[in-house]
Design a protein around this ligand. Structure first.
Ligand code: ZN
Length: 460
């Protein structure tokens, strides 16, 4: 048992409020830091702790309380965070990593260097972990996952992979990712594929149930029931891309664990089905439906975009959005309003909502890491409170991905947190006002990363 486990015994939330044993003098090699004075949002949905103090020993939070109540152990470094707000590092539960690279997107970019670059980009934006949803291929993602989870690339976010997703035909949209599909045509084949992925230690199986506007044949219920049943036998969860209301109902009846997108409509029956399946989570992925009608961060580009994305890539998205026809704009507004009404209903019914951006999934339109912040803004615009969105983006998303040591600022968890210059409970876009990011107790060297990207390079 390590020291942090000993310290948290019986005292999981605020160490100062209960009788945790005093910290012993840390071992000579331990790095101990006392962070004082910040408004602390712990990630559990409770009101913020004003004038907080917390101790980080090596890579863990060991005590959380108020300034003046926590004694700094001998030799501890002090960091004054007065005027700042601290949140747990964010988690993106749905992304497509490794494809995008400046103006191109495709399997030719799927290299060790590019995947690592993306994980440094997540870290830069305060994201501690991201789950690639079914578009990885080969051995590389599993090697990199293991390296990143073991902390072998200091300052990079953790990477999780669902491996190759299960599709009925070559149904992965967009086209440039289709070669990654695990094509399933029989129940036996579907089960065998799930078993292969289980052997690669994925935590989530990805599948698609979408006829893309009637253009393709979608996965049939017998096949997705076999996928879900086999995954559950292997202790895995299944995440589905399905936006149709009827499909969503049938998937809930089949025991689906995660919806990777918000469904286009919500009715009473769907709400009832969610109540019967309270563990099922919805990730909303609102970037694509909202970007067309609302992207003020692009004109002029937000500083975080300007310092991480090439001018050509920014210009391309500006031109795409400027080319939206009035009819497409009107359609986009209508679709957004319908989505938002559905989100309000699910949220009011207590349905579990996490954060998944679908970032990296469309050519050039989704800037890696940045989409986390627009997604949270979109969730608030859809009717959730900033406090609810912060829990979704931290604790809930960590739970979805099975990352037990992330998602909260509490004793015993990995010390992954973001220091903000302004309070995101007042305005969710304050999550972009980043002062510093810490992963595993170490400050991410954001100025170095910025300098590399400014020179057009990759961060490794
Ligand atoms: Zn996706």
């Amino acid at each position: 048992m390590n020291r942090s486990t000993l310290l948290i015994g019986g005292c999981l939330v605020f160490a100062a409020a209960c009788s945790a044993p005093e910290i012993q003098t840390p071992a000579a090699s331990a790095q101990v830091t006392l962070f004082e004075g910040a408004r602390l949002i712990t990630g559990d949905g409770s009101p913020p702790l004003e004038n907080s103090a917390f101790i980080v020993e090596n890579d863990r939070f060991t005590k959380v309380g108020r300034t003046g109540e926590l004694a700094a152990p001998p030799g501890a470094t002090r960091v004054d965070l007065a005027g700042k707000t601290v949140i747990p590092a964010l988690i993106d539960a749905h992304s497509h990593i490794g494809y995008m690279k400046d103006l191109t997107s495709g399997p030719q970019n799927y290299t060790r260097e590019n995947i690592l670059d993306h994980m440094y980009r997540f870290a830069y934006f305060g994201v501690a972990a991201s789950q690639a949803m079914g578009t990885d291929f080969g051995e590389l993602p599993f090697q990199l996952r293991d390296e990143l989870l073991a902390g072998k690339h200091a300052g990079a976010a953790r990477f999780l992979s669902a491996g190759r997703g299960l599709a009925p035909i070559d149904e992965i949209s967009p086209n440039n990712m289709r070669q990654a599909a695990n094509v399933v045509t029989t129940e036996e084949g579907a089960r065998a594929t799930v078993q292969e992925l289980a052997a690669r230690k994925v935590k989530i199986i990805k599948t698609w149930v979408d006829d893309r506007g009637g253009t393709i044949k979608k996965l049939t219920p017998n096949l997705y029931r076999a996928i879900i049943d086999e995954a559950h036998k292997q202790n895995l969860r299944v995440a589905v891309h399905a936006t149709g209301l009827a499909d969503a109902k049938e998937l809930l009846r089949a025991g689906i664990d995660v919806f990777a997108h918000m469904m286009s409509d919500v009715d009473d029956e769907l709400v009832d089905l969610f109540k019967q399946h309270p563990k099922t989570v919805v990730l909303l992925a609102l970037g694509a439906p909202r970007r067309t009608i609302y992207a003020p961060w692009l004109n002029p580009p937000h500083p975080l975009i300007a310092e991480t994305v090439s001018p050509g890539q920014i210009r391309r998205l500006q031109e795409r959005l400027a080319g939206t026809t009035p009819a497409a704009l009107a359609d986009g507004r209508q679709a957004w309003d319908r989505l938002a009404r559905g989100i309000v209903r699910l949220n009011a019914a207590g349905v579990r909502i996490g954060v998944g951006t679908d970032g990296g999934g469309q050519t050039g339109d989704q800037f890696i890491g940045w989409t986390m912040h627009t997604e949270m803004e979109n969730m608030v615009a859809a009717g959730m409170t900033p406090a609810q969105v912060l829990v979704a983006a931290t604790r809930t998303s960590a739970e979805i991905l099975g990352l037990d040591d992330l998602g909260m600022v509490t004793a015993g968890k990995s010390a992954d947190f973001v220091v903000l210059n302004a309070n995101p409970l007042d305005d969710i876009t304050n999550t972009r006002n980043i002062s510093s990011v810490y992963l595993r107790g170490k400050e991410v060297e954001r100025s170095k990363l910025k300098a590399k990207w400014a020179g057009g390079g990759q961060a490794n």
